[in-house]
Every structure is written in structure tokens, then in C-alpha cells.
Design a protein around this ligand. Structure first.
Ligand SMILES: NC(=O)c1ccc[n+]([C@@H]2O[C@H](COP(=O)([O-])OP(=O)(O)OC[C@H]3O[C@@H](n4cnc5c(N)ncnc54)[C@H](OP(=O)(O)O)[C@@H]3O)[C@@H](O)[C@H]2O)c1
Length: 222
């Protein structure tokens, strides 16, 4: 998802600070592709489960922040360990919060900015399958999006995309995403273009803030 959104931003004329953690090769390839679209690209590695790494990502002012990186661990309320809970919350909630703080602090007073968070529409109807700490962290992102939009207005707008079946998770077996998507009204996997388009829309339309846009093929109607 990060690659798709980064290339859409590059295609729309943005320069990028492209973050990765473990996927150095994929990040370098994406940086090359973005450069071929005319973008100036800086690559930065950071483990976002370590709050200290956040400061290294946003040393210079930026106009746009997309908080997409996240983990998708399996756990349930009855068996989640404190360590797992802390790790998921650190990566999926604390990192976006403090990246947004760093973004807001770095933005010069005469500039406006846009933040787009990535959440999951299932926070409306929490998972019965075992994604407990993930779902709670994404629920925090929903509330954070509205609280930040309120606090940072009028200079910085904050919105979120709430995703359904967009891409199969890295560890999914063959046909997993298609099977899930077949139960939704639009009966298909979204694909990263759907997300990239919504992110660009939130960035371009400067009368939208505090919105959480479902991109889920109508799954909430079922
Ligand atoms: N795929 C879907 O259909 C779907 C559905 C609902 C919500 N979402 C949300 O969409 C966003 C993107 O999902 P995706 O499908 O692109 O997931 P993904 O393929 O698993 O990618 C996750 C990204 O997060 C980064 N990341 C993981 N652990 C990290 C850490 N400790 N520090 C820094 N970065 C870390 C990874 O970087 P490295 O590879 O460099 O380590 C990777 O770029 C997430 O917020 C996810 O919750 C996705």
C-alpha cells in the first residue's frame, strides 16, 4: 500500500521522504520508480515500534504525511500478552500520533498541511477473527483522526481512509482476499489504486477535515 500511495503522490508532483523498516530492496525500487516520475526522493529507515526513531523521519518540514505502516498480528483478548499489546499499540497508534506531532511542529506558520491516516473499516464492527490488539489500535486511529483534525485546524487537515479488502495480507493463503471480497456488495478486492485515489482526494480538497472514508466495497451494508 505504501508503494502505491508513494507513486501516486510522486505522479501528482510531490517529492518524497520514503520510509521503510525491513524492506530495503523494495524501498529502493520504489524510490527509483518515483524518481523516474520526476520526484526528489529521500529514503529513511526507521522501526516505528521504537518511539525514539520517529524524530529521525521528520527533520525537515513536509506538506503531507501519510500514516500507513502497521502490523497485523494475531491475538485475542483472552491470550494477548502485555508485550504484544504494547508492540502493536506502539506501531499502529503511538507512531502515527507522534509522527503527526512532529509534522505539525515542523510545519512553518505560513504553510498548510494535510495528514492522511490509514485505518480499517472493521473498527465499526470488530473482528471475530483474532486481530484484537490491531483492531483496538485502529479504533484509536479513528478517534485520533477527529481529535487531531479539531486541534490542528485550520492550518492542518487530518482525514483517514478506512480500508476493507484492498490487498491480501503478506501471510495470506491463495484466494484469501477474493474469498472475503466475494461476501461484499461490490464482490471484488479493492486494489491499491482505490486507496491512492482517496488519499489524493483528501490532499487536494481543502474543505475536508476529520473525515473517515470507508473504502470497503460496501461491506458495511451487509
Ligand atoms: N491490505 C489490506 O487490505 C488492508 C485492509 C485494512 C487495513 N489495511 C491497512 O493499510 C495499511 C497498509 O497495509 P498493507 O496491506 O500495505 O500492509 P503490509 O504490506 O503488511 O505493509 C506494512 C508496512 O508497514 C511497515 N512496517 C511494519 N512493521 C514496521 C515497523 N516496526 N516499523 C516501521 N514500519 C513497519 C512495513 O515496512 P517494511 O516492509 O519495510 O518492514 C510495510 O511497509 C496498514 O495500516 C493496514 O493496517 C490494509
Amino acid at each position: 500500500m505504501g508503494k502505491g500511495v508513494a507513486l501516486a503522490l510522486a505522479g501528482a508532483g510531490a517529492d518524497l521522504v520514503l520510509h521503510y523498516n525491513s524492506s530495503v530492496g523494495a524501498a529502493e525500487d520504489t524510490a527509483e520508480e518515483a524518481r523516474s516520475l520526476g520526484a526528489d526522493v529521500e529514503l529513511r529507515r526507521a522501526d516505528l515500534s521504537d518511539p525514539a526513531s520517529i524524530a529521525t523521519l521528520l527533520e525537515k518540514p513536509a506538506d503531507i504525511l501519510v500514516n500507513s505502516a502497521a502490523g497485523f498480528p494475531s491475538d485475542r483478548l483472552v491470550d494477548v500478552s502485555l508485550d504484544q499489546w504494547n508492540r502493536t499499540l506502539a506501531l499502529n497508534l503511538t507512531a502515527p500520533v507522534f509522527l503527526t506531532q512532529a509534522f505539525a511542529r515542523a510545519l512553518p506558520a505560513d504553510r498548510s498541511g494535510a495528514v492522511v491516516n490509514v485505518t480499517d473499516w472493521k473498527t465499526e464492527r470488530p473482528y471475530r477473527d483474532p486481530r484484537f490488539s490491531y483492531t483496538i489500535a485502529k479504533g484509536g486511529i479513528d478517534t485520533f483522526t477527529k481529535a487531531a483534525a479539531s486541534e490542528l485546524a485550520p492550518r492542518i487537515r487530518v482525514n483517514a481512509v478506512a480500508l476493507g479488502v484492498i490487498l491480501p495480507p503478506a501471510d495470506a493463503e491463495e484466494g484469501y482476499a477474493e474469498r472475503l471480497a466475494s461476501q461484499t456488495p461490490l464482490e471484488r478486492v479493492g486494489g491499491v489504486e482505490v486507496v491512492a485515489e482517496a488519499v489524493l482526494h483528501f490532499i487536494r480538497n481543502d474543505f475536508i477535515t476529520g473525515e473517515i472514508q470507508r473504502l470497503n466495497g460496501g461491506a458495511h451494508l451487509r
